[in-house]
Design a protein around this ligand. Structure first.
Ligand code: FRU
Length: 472
């Protein structure tokens, strides 16, 4: 008889996040199917409900009217059917004829072969009329196999509508072990024609051997190809995570499937940012979700019956071929109380005395006299948990999360101001520098309420506003 599995239970909520999205319990990774349908934003996520570990992937599901208050819905996709026997891997959603279409990867191992590096993947469809209940398409798969010159890595479909046709790109790996994205076209979301590769890694170490979670969309006057390559080699201050998320910009010619693209650029400089997906909001904003974690991390919350979370949703803009990210403006509706505000001169470390695990700090430094500026978070015993510093002489921004491999860095554009927007939640910190010129996304784990101090080496005048953030 088949064992009936029960969702794992949360045993301790010390690291549970206040205003970030996570599963009720169990494991999550990539955001999937980000869309707007019948008055709600919908987000799905790679989910294993029965343990705080990656396992046969389901699609967990939540919806929200305002990108801030999320209602968890029943699991949308469960693996185990013929076309998704060993997992419903990442994919996307589109709305068509008043229905929501989920396009996702079916993951398959070979029977009798326990080596999980041996697998194959196809692409499938599930449809919903109410945005809650999903029915897998009876003639799945919609794309049954990878092209001849591809390896088994063939997944994460992102679908969009353009000029009378549906398009789909897939993350993949060519037989010469280079990451690439493949383009398909359809009139009806069911029959797909392969148009060929749209972009390909120039070199395994520089641009990766496999590209996961691709997304191709117009922004400003360019097309942006956003994706998550595996295998890029660390290069000084760049590419220090196990995998990276980044982008290329360029002009894309649909007729010839030709993407005239720039070099790959990292999108966020922190330890915990991966597998992003965007959508076009009804008001025209390009919104982004991502997994606020990284493959290979320790995930201390596993002990407590859960693992993984999503970033606070961000808005993307493009300036001078560079992507800028900021938290969506709806964040303001979480402000329940002003914890502190001030305008003062500092020189050295200045503790701001408030008591909160969930807040937003807006800090503006005048950088004329100081050589280094930043902030730090310390636990009750004054152990440093996270420090952020800006170095004026070379415009470097550095996060130190302490412990092993604690440092991440970036370089910002010269500016006369240092403006920080910091989102702190029970086990995460997101730092937006100068309106998204650089960002750092970090998980940090302490059971204490951390102390927040401003830092300045040399005199600086600084103004700050700190708001408590609560879902009410
Ligand atoms: C990215 C990824 C995807 C895949 C999914 C499986 O983090 O590896 O390529 O579809 O996770 O959970």
């Amino acid at each position: 008889m088949q064992e009936i599995l029960k969702p794992i239970e949360i045993t301790n909520d010390r690291y549970r996040l206040g205003y970030h999205l996570a599963a009720k319990s169990g494991w999550i990774n990539d955001p999937n199917g980000f869309c707007y349908f019948k008055g709600y934003y919908h987000i799905f996520y790679q989910h294993y409900p029965f343990a705080a570990e990656w396992g046969p992937m389901h699609w967990g599901h939540a919806r929200s009217k305002d990108l801030v208050h999320w209602e968890t819905l029943p699991i949308a996709l469960t693996p185990g059917d013929k076309e998704d026997m060993d997992g419903c891997f990442s994919g996307s959603a589109v709305v068509h004829d008043d229905k929501m279409y989920l396009i996702y990867t079916g993951h398959h191992y070979y029977e009798g072969d326990d080596d999980h590096d041996h697998f194959w993947q196809n692409q499938n469809l599930a449809i919903s009329e109410d945005g809650i209940n999903f029915k897998k398409y009876e003639n799945n798969p919609i794309i049954s196999q990878a092209p001849e010159d591809n390896t088994q890595h063939f997944r994460d479909p992102k679908v969009w509508y353009e000029n009378g046709s549906w398009y789909l790109i897939l993350g993949s790996q060519s037989k010469d072990n280079l990451g690439r994205v493949l383009l398909y076209k359809s009139d009806n979301l069911i029959d797909w024609n392969y148009l060929g590769p749209t972009a390909k890694s120039v070199d395994r170490e520089k641009e990766g051997y496999m590209w996961e979670c691709p997304d191709l969309f117009p922004l400003g006057d360019k097309q942006v190809l956003l994706m998550s390559p595996q295998g890029i080699k660390a290069d000084g201050i760049r590419y220090n995570n196990e995998n990276e998320t980044g982008y290329m910009t360029g002009d894309f010619n649909y007729k010839y499937n030709k993407f005239d693209r720039s070099n790959f650029q990292e999108l966020d400089s922190g330890h915990d940012f991966y597998a992003t997906q965007t959508m076009l909001a009804p008001d025209g904003r390009r919104l982004l979700f991502g997994w606020m974690d990284m493959w290979g991390s320790e995930f201390p919350e596993k002990e407590d019956g859960w693992s993984g979370a999503l970033i606070f949703p961000r808005e993307l803009t493009l300036k001078n071929d560079k992507l800028y990210m900021k938290p969506v403006d709806e964040l303001k509706s979480l402000r329940t109380n002003k914890l502190m505000q001030g305008n003062t001169d500092i020189d050295g470390e200045q503790l701001l005395e408030f008591n909160s695990k969930q807040y937003e700090a807006l800090v503006d430094f005048d950088i004329s006299e100081a050589s280094e500026l930043g902030f730090c978070l310390k636990d009750t015993d004054n152990n440093e948990m996270l420090e952020f510093k800006y170095f004026k002489d070379n415009n470097r921004v550095v996060v130190n999360r302490f412990g092993d491999d604690g440092i991440r860095e970036s370089v910002i554009n010269p500016s006369s101001k240092l403006k920080l927007h910091i989102l702190v939640d029970t086990s995460s910190v997101e730092i937006f520098i100068n309106d998204g010129d650089a960002t750092f996304t970090e998980r940090i784990y302490s059971e204490d309420t951390l102390k927040f101090s401003l830092l300045s080496n040399g005199k600086s005048s600084v103004s700050y506003d700190i708001y408590q953030l609560d879902k009410n």
